[in-house]
Write a protein that binds this ligand. Structure first.
Ligand SMILES: [Zn+2]
Ligand SMILES: [Zn+2]
Length: 332
């Protein structure tokens, strides 16, 4: 089968990813063999390719927004059978026994493994995934539309909850790509007023089209103080701006797995008056279930920029250069 691998992490211009031929994997105990139909291109894949995230195994196949069809159910699988349309997301396994797992915070499990980082992901024709960590794909979405729900959507949903947005509150969003454009719709459906901050003009247009109250450049002042904010851009430099934009008691959540360094903060301008800065780390399977149900109920509109499997390197380069509208998705 064809599969992309991260061979030599570095800037996209240096060609860090390669398309290779590899044997089709076999499903082990509790695993499903899945034929990939579509795989979303997440910024985390770019961080892995460019070396911002240290590789956990050589020549790993990236991709953790996989919509596929089960072709073989290994021994001990109980949830899915051949022919089912399924989704494979970032969280691929946990120990189920540590203090975090036991208190319902499996997203913090120190022994968790991740799709497309510890185990081969969906930039390929097939992958295997643990039956217990695979998701039902909601109806009403094409394969390409469903793919970005599986990380961009789920992580954005967790970030929104971590941002403690009050009912009818004012939400600021920094960066407006795959994750943000889904999260904004969830917030708007709950009655929020959404203000978007991004340097990309096409992303500002997309935000306004989806119902954002305003869209401006990353470092522009907010039109009004914010109750909550989420940073999706991997840019630590916007943290002080987002904190300064918060009203008293406001909360800023940083959604990404990687952020460049945060500049020195000033206590009075950025944190006093009980403003809160918090991170978002992966997700639980419960987050995923809740979000996928909500995506179907709200009929989220997914904006997709399509690529073929053979164009994964181009999709990553376009993501790096802010040339993707909504979410990039590979069709296999
Ligand atoms: Zn654990
Ligand atoms: Zn992701």
């Amino acid at each position: 089968m064809r599969a992309w691998v991260v061979h030599q992490p570095g800037p996209m211009a240096t060609g860090p990813v390669r398309l290779i031929e590899r044997a089709r994997p076999e499903p082990g105990q509790g695993e499903l063999l899945i034929r990939v139909l579509c795989c979303g291109v997440c910024r985390t894949d770019l961080h892995l390719a460019e070396g911002d995230l240290p590789p956990r195994r050589p020549d790993v196949t990236p991709g953790h927004e996989v919509v596929g069809e089960v072709v073989e159910a290994g021994p001990g699988t109980v949830r899915f059978r051949p022919g089912d349309r399924v989704g494979v997301a970032w969280l691929a396994g946990t120990d189920g026994s540590c203090r975090y797992c036991r208190r319902g915070a499996e997203n913090l499990c120190p022994r968790s493994v991740f799709t497309g980082w510890d185990i081969h992901g969906g930039y390929a024709e097939y992958l295997v995934a643990s039956d217990a960590y695979v998701h039902h794909v909601p109806d009403g979405f094409s394969d390409a539309e469903a793919a970005p729900l599986l990380c961009a959507g789920i992580i954005g949903y967790r970030a929104l909850r971590r941002a403690e947005l009050p009912p009818g509150g004012r939400l600021g969003i920094w960066g407006f790509g795959g994750s943000a454009h889904l999260t904004a719709q969830v917030a708007l459906a709950a009655g929020a007023v959404v203000h978007v901050f991004t340097r990309a003009a096409a992303a500002r247009d997309l935000a306004l089209g989806l119902g954002a109250a305003s869209a401006q450049d990353s470092f522009d002042d907010p039109p009004e103080p914010l109750d909550s904010a989420i940073i999706f851009a991997p840019v630590g430099g916007v943290v002080p701006a987002a904190l300064a934009a918060l009203d008293r008691g406001g909360t800023l959540a940083v959604a990404g797995i990687h952020l460049t360094d945060i500049p020195v903060l000033n206590y009075a301008r950025h944190l006093f008056q009980e403003r809160t800065l918090r991170s978002v780390t992966a997700n639980t399977r419960g987050d995923a279930e809740e979000f996928l149900r909500l995506a179907q109920q709200l009929r989220l509109r997914v904006t997709v920029t399509p690529y073929s499997l053979g164009q994964a390197d181009r999709a990553l380069a376009d993501l790096a250069a802010d040339r993707v509208s909504g979410a990039a998705v590979l069709s296999v």
